[in-house]
Design a protein around this ligand. Structure first.
Ligand code: RUB
Length: 333
């Protein structure tokens, strides 16, 4: 089964982190399914659904932590499968998949704007705001506050090992916002100068815990100790329905060569270099999660999930990818 080259390219770009950040990952995933639907030359409905399922599987397997990715797949594939179950024609399913993908992307971009609007209310003149990694949502909050005329300084960690904090620092600096960049391990040293912390999220669990770039939970702990407000900016598509069933969010471990080079590994066969890409910040260390539905205490995450998914009792991922035809994925890859 041959999918459009763009699907493999997008999957590879997510895997290699050319496309990164949970929001962008999800929107690119939706775009890849849209392209699959647009370019499919399938003549039978079953063939068309199998192509989309295979594309979803390839995308699903790129990175495990950003819940927005499976949520994007679910948003689109549920429409595809339910159309198929109802006996819709190939063209009807194609149109619905394209429509759902466009809708997901539009909703996500609008959500970021809303979050910027809500989050910026909590940024004040004279603030020193710390951020970690590169979250386009946290940046949207800061840019919005700046546009509203508030004047503040940002402390950006550089974010080992991939240095996404350098991206944040350079985006903010080129926007005219004063930025100081520090090594991650200096976060507690500077916390006494900080008024608030804002970060993004890859996943939010039903109990309000937030999964974000490795190091986030240490910063939250330091903020808690110093009585500094800790804010998270996260679209509701990052909330995990599986966590309502007790499902845990998988923490991605990446290659040790992101931390040290091959030569070091060769010279030190006795050292195991570990490279977790994310960590979990418990709700107790979070003051507010800014979502497009409003600013919520982390403990209200379950309400957002209930509103979005009801009592989520369907089989959790990746089962839904098996689709209504119950074809084992191994048969169609
Ligand atoms: C990125 C990261 C970001 C969140 C939110 O990790 O942890 O804080 O994904 O980003 P990575 P956004 O670089 O490993 O993808 O707000 O842009 O969705």
């Amino acid at each position: 089964m041959k999918l459009p080259q763009e699907v493999y390219d997008i999957a590879e770009a997510i895997k290699s982190m050319t496309i990164r950040g949970a929001g962008k990952i999800a929107r690119s995933t939706a775009e890849a399914l849209k392209i699959t639907a647009q370019k499919s030359t399938a003549t039978r409905v079953e063939e068309f659904v199998d192509e989309l399922t295979l594309a979803a599987k390839i995308l699903y397997e790129t990175r495990p932590t950003a819940v927005s990715l499976p949520n994007a797949l679910r948003y689109i594939m549920i429409r595809c499968y339910s159309d198929y179950e109802k006996g819709a024609s190939l063209e009807e399913i194609r149109n619905d998949v394209i429509k759902a993908a466009d809708e997901f992307i539009r909703n996500s971009l609008e959500a970021v704007n809303k979050i910027a609007e809500f989050g910026s209310m909590r940024i004040e003149n004279g603030d020193v705001v710390m951020t970690h990694c590169h979250s386009s949502t946290a940046i949207a909050v800061l840019k919005r506050a700046w546009d509203e005329g508030k004047r503040f300084t940002v402390i950006s960690t550089e974010t080992r090992p991939r240095f996404q904090g350098r991206i944040t620092a350079s985006i903010l600096a080129s926007y005219g916002i004063p930025v100081k960049m520090i090594v991650d391990s200096a976060a507690r040293f500077f916390m006494q100068d900080v008024d608030k912390v804002i970060v993004g999220a890859d996943a939010v669990a039903a109990n309000g815990a937030v999964v974000n770039k490795i190091g986030t939970s240490m910063i939250a702990l330091a903020a808690h100790e110093a009585r500094v407000n800790f804010f998270v900016a996260a679209e509701t598509c990052k909330f995990s329905p599986e966590s309502m069933l007790g499902g845990l969010i998988t923490i991605e471990f990446r290659d040790p060569t992101e931390v040290v080079d091959q030569a070091f590994l060769k010279e030190n066969p006795g050292i195991e270099v570990l490279n977790p890409a994310f960590d979990v910040t418990p709700a107790a260390y979070i003051d507010i999660i800014f979502t497009e539905k409003g600013a919520i205490p982390p403990q209200a995450a379950i309400l957002i999930l209930r509103e979005e998914y009801g009592w989520f009792t369907k089989a959790p991922l990746p089962d839904f990818l098996r689709g209504v035809r119950s074809v084992p994925l191994s048969h169609i890859s």
